[in-house]
Design a protein around this ligand. Structure first.
Ligand code: ADP
Ligand code: MG
Length: 456
């Protein structure tokens, strides 16, 4: 017998009733009426926007479970608002067609700074077997964000294989096709930072509401959310809101979702709703194409033998491939040397031994302290002297860049600073690097020193 909407909704209600308190049930579920059931889509009418938002925020799990039980895995729920028609008329008495029931009253759609890096595009993202599937899925998403079945899209792969580049390329392409589309690219650090701030200022609700302006959310390196309970909980909430409203979610991860550590299981299970696309190490021809693109960009030419040598020797990491080229160019310019196999060999040796040897926070502190002619211990102190603060902040920044330590762990290496202090320090340096050319030069030199001096 075909299920009608009234029976279906009543069955859902009897399941939900078992899962929540009677008071909540009466407040939030009793006023709902079912409207129709079409092709497995059950439409319910809720009294106002607030109740819709509340249901989505608080009872999404219960609703999902009920729908799954009653309508099966293809079942879906849609909301209709029983807006008073008079409230939809403008002052002139005309029906206002632009009313969007899900928009937040008093807030117009605002433009959000996307944080996208304009240099990461599809046009300079070389295609190879290693990334074909992820790249094509990315293009499909860019054409119809939120409307493909690739939602969420999870890009996973090892370090330096192009996850961040691809995520930005999708974002940039969407933006180019539709400048009105709001995209937000965010790292777990920034995300947690904002949550810490919102908790302090008691503005979590506003924080969540802010995300309703966003059409596509890109969260890079989701593995770093691991173990951050509050961030995970809020992200889970946002994930549900995004998914329910057909907004696009793009995540990157350094491991398979099921291998992610200290993640919310509910979140990981939702990743299967979309597409999980992996990036493999590039094959020889792709490595060659990437090098050629890079050299074209830098307007330099390497002899074919040097390019071959690099491609044969650097196999597993595109960032390293680029790093070796940059380094060869720098050596050739600075010491006026010819680009030949000998130079390539030297540079690659340094790179490989550097990468085999792990940089420690102690190494970094030594380099920074000696640059600033400070006693290392001062980096662990509470001193607020300007130069010491800067040296400490730069050390933390480099620790984040060169080691796999968490923010908490970095803090503990600097006299027990908490993770928000570390994050603040890192962000301060990042900001300074944008505006302060001199500091930028200092940090670049420190980076080189950490890489090339410490390995011996
Ligand atoms: P991940 O986020 O996986 O660690 P990135 O996206 O930061 O890696 O990529 C590392 C570097 O390699 C970046 O400079 C990026 O532009 C470059 N890169 C990665 N994949 C490609 C590709 N397919 N074509 C060209 N450059 C690439
Ligand atoms: Mg990355």
């Amino acid at each position: 017998m075909k299920l009608d909407h009234i029976t279906a909704w009543n069955e859902c209600l009897s399941i939900i009733k078992n899962d929540i308190s009677e008071k909540s049930f009466n407040t939030w579920f009793s006023p709902i009426k079912s409207v129709k059931l079409d092709n497995g889509v059950l439409t319910i009418q809720v009294p106002n926007k607030m109740s819709y938002e509340w249901l989505e925020a608080k009872y999404i799990m219960e609703l999902k479970k009920a729908i799954l039980n009653v309508l099966g895995s293809k079942g879906r729920l849609e909301y209709k608002l029983s807006l008073d028609p008079d409230r939809m008329r403008t002052k002139s008495g005309k029906l206002d067609k632009t009313i969007n029931p899900f928009a937040i009253p008093g807030i117009k759609k605002v433009k959000i700074a996307s944080n996208l890096n304009p240099n990461y595009r599809f046009s300079n993202y070389i295609q190879g077997d290693c990334n074909k599937m992820a790249r094509s899925a990315g293009i499909a998403i860019a054409n119809k964000p939120g409307e493909t079945s690739f939602n969420p899209m999870i890009i996973y792969g090892g370090v330096g294989l192009g996850k961040t580049h691809l995520a930005h390329a999708i974002g940039n392409e969407i933006k180019e096709k539709n400048p009105q589309h709001n995209i937000l690219y965010i790292t777990p650090e920034e995300f947690t930072n904002k949550i810490v701030k919102a908790i302090k200022e008691d503005t979590i609700e506003e924080f969540i509401k802010f995300h309703r302006h966003i059409d596509t959310l890109i969260l890079d390196d989701i593995q770093f959310l691991g173990g951050r309970k509050k961030s995970l909980e809020i992200f889970f909430n946002l994930f549900n809101i995004f998914h329910q409203n057909n907004k696009q979610i793009i995540l990157t991860s350094d491991s398979k979702p099921k291998d992610l550590k200290d993640m919310d299981e509910r979140l990981v299970s939702r990743f299967k709703w979309g597409l999980i696309a992996d990036l493999q190490a590039p094959e020889f021809e792709t490595r060659m194409a990437i090098i050629e693109e890079k050299l074209k960009d830098e307007e330099v030419v390497f002899p074919q033998a040097v390019k071959d040598y690099i491609c044969f020797n650097i196999t597993g990491n595109i960032r390293e491939l680029e790093g070796v080229c940059t380094s060869i160019i720098a050596h050739a310019n600075l010491s006026d040397r010819e680009v030949n196999i000998e130079l390539a060999k030297e540079v690659i040796q340094k790179f490989v031994s550097f990468n085999n040897k792990k940089v420690s926070i102690e190494n970094i502190k030594t380099v920074v302290a000696s640059h600033y002619r400070l006693d290392i211990e001062l980096l662990n102190s509470k001193s607020r002297k300007r130069e010491i603060v800067l040296a400490r902040q730069i050390s933390m920044y480099l620790a984040r860049e060169f080691t796999k330590h968490s923010l908490e762990s970095i803090g503990s290496h600097f006299g027990g600073k908490d993770h928000s202090t570390v994050m603040y320090s890192i962000n301060t340096v990042k900001d300074l690097l944008h505006h302060d050319d001199r500091l930028s030069e200092v940090v670049t030199n420190l980076e080189k020193e950490v890489q090339f001096t410490l390995k011996n």
